[in-house]
Design a protein around this ligand. Structure first.
Ligand code: PLP
Length: 390
């Protein structure tokens, strides 16, 4: 019954890890979850209230325009201007049900069968599955030890079929930030070759090291003209459940995304649109509070992984992930990252995502979107469980 297209796509490995961990917790096991890709905080009060008030005032009962309410687009426009120094017209903006839908729509509207999209490896699972779902071919620029993508690495993968380059800084799964000069070089390369630069900026506010976050569309009018800036309220405001993502980019692409959306899901849910408006226009100190909590945890986690013998862990200056190289522990029955995660779940009751899910089998992804207390306990369990294997 199923199409060959859907049969070629495996279920999301990160969701699978979470489901397995939840199952064990339900069965009474003291499992600590470090596989999660969502902030562990609640959505700030003023955002929740705005959605409730709009609902009670009868403002959410009807369809809205497929790409979002004009007031929401104005709030997104102001956000891009003030936070990212990018001037988008309203017809250069679209909202959807999460950054996932934005990315899905992007590849559906730009790719013909066999078109290529260059992205780093490791990369987030959904990035390459969505390219495949649109009939495209993901090509992977293998990252060096520091897990930072450079223009040279991208250039090696260029071909006459390259339609887009996808960057994600800070990155899921590595937590790495790209150097600003490399972002500029990639932007200039895209301009020269007329290739779309898709910049996934979902973790822009969670940056902890010396490398600054840079939005390529802010670098020059020429780079802006070939860049699609993708973002969401999901991570920034602890709103992963609300489903509200958005993009700014060339009108031709944005218009096509509106058309696709009008025939698929229609508008992003109206209460989420009102919540997002409150998020953009209300107080922003909730972001600072989350960033500071993440910073403390990240400092702890990075140190704790690095103290474990034979583990290498690159600087993870952003997002809420670290990506330690664990292959020194592949021995006996533990042959790969998936075996290691199974072992850690069984022996230490900790859930991590195997690097193989992100095309990097020598690694595991540890999400520190958990309390510092759980992180300390989890790292101690991991340390002890790994020591036994040596
Ligand atoms: N982009 C990246 C890099 C992500 O890590 C995620 C979620 O994990 C998304 C996009 C999807 O975000 P949303 O929840 O807004 O669909």
């Amino acid at each position: 019954m199923l199409s060959t297209r859907i049969k070629s796509i495996p279920p999301s490995a990160t969701n699978a890890v979470d489901a397995k961990a939840s199952e064990l917790i339900k069965a009474g096991k003291p499992v600590l979850k470090f596989g999660i890709g969502a902030p562990d905080f609640d959505t700030p009060e003023h955002i929740k209230k705005a959605a409730c008030q709009a609902t009670m005032k009868g403002r959410v009962a009807k369809y809205t325009p497929a790409g979002g309410l004009p007031e929401l687009k104005e709030a997104i426009q102001a956000k891009f201007k003030h936070e990212n120094q990018i001037d988008y017209e309203l017809n250069e903006i679209v909202a959807a049900a999460g950054a996932k839908q934005i990315l899905y729509n992007t590849f559906q509207v730009i790719l013909n069968k066999g078109d290529e999209v260059i992205m780093p490896a490791p990369t987030w699972v959904t990035h390459f599955e969505q390219v495949k779902l649109a009939g495209g071919i993901p090509l992977f620029a293998e990252l060096p030890k520091d897990l930072k993508l450079t223009c040279n690495l991208v250039q090696e993968k260029l071909s006459a079929r390259t339609k887009a380059i996808l960057i994600n800084s800070p990155s899921n799964p590595t937590g790495a930030l790209m150097e600003p000069k490399e972002i500029r070089k990639i932007g200039e390369l895209c301009t020269k070759k007329n290739i779309l630069l898709v910049s996934d900026e979902c973790y822009e506010h969670f940056v902890f090291g010396n490398t600054p976050f840079v939005s390529p569309a802010s670098l020059s009018p020429e780079i802006k003209a070939i860049t699609l800036t993708v973002n969401a309220v999901s991570k920034t405001y602890a709103m992963t459940g609300w489903r509200l993502g958005y993009a700014g980019g060339p009108t031709e692409i944005i218009k096509a995304m509106h058309i696709l959306q009008s025939h698929s899901t229609g508008n992003p849910s109206a209460p989420a649109q009102f919540a997002a408006m409150a998020a953009f226009t209300g107080p922003q100190d909730c972001i600072d509070e989350m960033r500071e909590a993440f910073r403390k945890r990240r400092d702890y986690v990075l140190r704790a992984w690095r103290e474990i013998p034979k583990i290498e862990c690159a600087d993870a200056d952003g997002a809420f992930y670290v990506f330690p190289k664990v292959s020194a522990y592949f021995r006996g029955n533990i042959k790969n990252s998936s075996d290691l995660c199974t072992y850690l779940l069984k022996e230490a009751n900790v859930a991590l995502v195997p690097g193989s899910a992100f095309l990097a089998d020598k690694y595991v992804r540890f999400s520190y979107a958990s309390s510092l207390e759980d992180i300390k306990e989890g790292m101690e369990r991991i340390r002890k469980a790994l020591a036994i294997t040596l």
